[in-house]
Design a protein around this ligand. Structure first.
Ligand SMILES: C[S@@+](CC[C@H](N)C(=O)[O-])C[C@H]1O[C@@H](n2cnc3c(N)ncnc32)[C@H](O)[C@@H]1O
Length: 246
């Protein structure tokens, strides 16, 4: 059962307030790593899976992409994307990634930024990605790091001393893949935990060539603007993977 948490009004309001601040982990950690893995956007057909408010789709056309199809399950996010990141070369589609209809289309670059941990059937998604990629096409995605999604009790993953200083990160249930339900602005947010070996080996088993993996930390200057990003140096929040179809 696909969840559409971004259309929950409380979640949407808080999430967009965070993202609109412009000083998030997305801005200083995840997006720079994701962008660094894309070889070139010049003249490329791009598919953005879980596009959110469309800032990445806009980045693609501003950097030479000939066309971007950007897909998201959330009406709220697609509405925001159409309002804030409209462009004649971007086509926003409101649809679950799992069901999006893209007849007779193929893409040089398929990107997914922080949406894959919401997808239950990862092998099926990869089959779909492969079927939509051109020869030599690139699949670049970020997802929440398995170190972050592993624990079943999501409350306070940092173990702290009596003064509230962070001692270390609590990792547990790592090998037990599957559904995790936790609190993020609201109760009951569903994500799917997968190990690093599953994330990578599924790509390899299905014939993609894994070219690069990044467990990013903040770009210079990010920690000054958002001090808690220093924690990325103690445990990564994200993993970013690039694979190619040969
Ligand atoms: C963390 S946000 C990231 C948005 C965007 N990629 C970005 O980096 O700004 C995750 C997005 O994935 C979308 N999403 C979650 N599950 C989805 C699904 N099954 N199909 C399509 N979109 C989905 C959400 O609606 C949300 O917009």
């Amino acid at each position: 059962m696909k969840q559409n948490i971004y259309d929950n009004p409380i979640f949407f309001e808080q999430y967009t307030a965070l993202r609109d601040s412009g000083i998030t982990a997305n801005d200083f950690v995840e997006q720079p790593a994701l962008k660094s893995l894309i070889s070139s956007l010049e003249g490329k057909m791009v598919l953005d899976l879980g596009c959110g408010a469309g800032s990445f789709a806009k980045y693609c056309v501003e950097n030479g992409a000939s066309k971007v199809i950007a897909v998201d399950i959330s009406k709220n996010m697609i509405e925001k994307a159409r309002k804030e990141n409209q462009h004649e070369s971007i086509n926003y589609l409101c649809s679950p990634i799992e069901e999006v209809e893209l007849h007779n289309q193929s893409f040089d670059v398929i990107v997914s930024s922080l949406a894959i941990h919401y997808i239950e059937d990862y092998p099926k998604l990869i089959d779909r990605v492969i079927s939509l990629l051109t020869e030599n096409g690139e699949f670049v995605f970020s997802t929440e790091h398995p170190m972050v999604t592993a624990r079943k009790e999501e409350i306070s993953n940092w173990v702290k001393d009596s003064e509230g200083n962070k001692l270390h990160w609590a990792l547990d249930h790592y090998q037990e893949e599957g559904k995790r339900e936790g609190y993020w602005y609201i109760d009951g947010v569903v994500k799917y935990h997968r190990t690093i070996s599953t994330l990578v080996n599924t790509l390899i088993e299905k014939g993609l060539v894994v070219e690069r993996i990044i467990e990013p930390i903040s770009i210079p200057g990010g920690v000054e603007l958002r001090p808690k990003l220093i924690n990325e140096e103690r445990r990564p929040s994200f993993i970013v993977i690039k694979a190619k179809k040969n």
